[in-house]
Ligand binder design. Structure first.
Ligand SMILES: [Zn+2]
Ligand SMILES: [Zn+2]
Length: 126
């Protein structure tokens, strides 16, 4: 099975139906298809946006032990060369909702359609 076949959603039910994918976010990089539409949040078929096999492979060869976030940022940057992409960052603290970026501490841009915010500097969203 090649990278594309492996990453294609195997049902159409949760696939993005937007006429045009204008942005991506990466959810759990350990799942078959970490690519989700920034508009509808459903899965995006990598073939639709003609991602290179290299970019996808980078996104799947992730060390499950703690490397996800760091490597995910790199994948997001790589994908962003084609289409704006952000890594969905899970906040696992019990604190109140974060107001600043966990990486660079910049104040989050909270003008987002869903979630808490996005960093003006890093390819993440929370
Ligand atoms: Zn969509
Ligand atoms: Zn940041």
């Amino acid at each position: 099975m090649d990278s594309y076949a492996k990453l294609r959603p195997w049902t159409a039910i949760e696939s993005c139906q937007c006429p045009k994918v204008e942005g991506l976010f990466l959810v759990d990089l350990l799942t078959d298809n970490p690519l989700h539409c920034d508009m509808c949040r459903n899965e995006v078929d990598p073939e639709r946006i003609k991602l290179t096999a290299q970019a996808i492979r980078k996104g799947t060869l992730i060390d499950p032990k703690g490397q996800v976030n760091r490597d995910g940022l790199e994948v997001a940057r790589t994908l962003s060369m084609r289409i704006p992409s952000r890594l969905l960052f899970f906040d696992d603290t019990d604190d109140d909702l974060p107001e600043s970026c966990p990486i660079c501490q910049a104040r989050l841009d909270q003008n987002v359609k869903w979630g808490i915010g996005k960093c003006p500097n890093c390819p993440i969203r929370i």
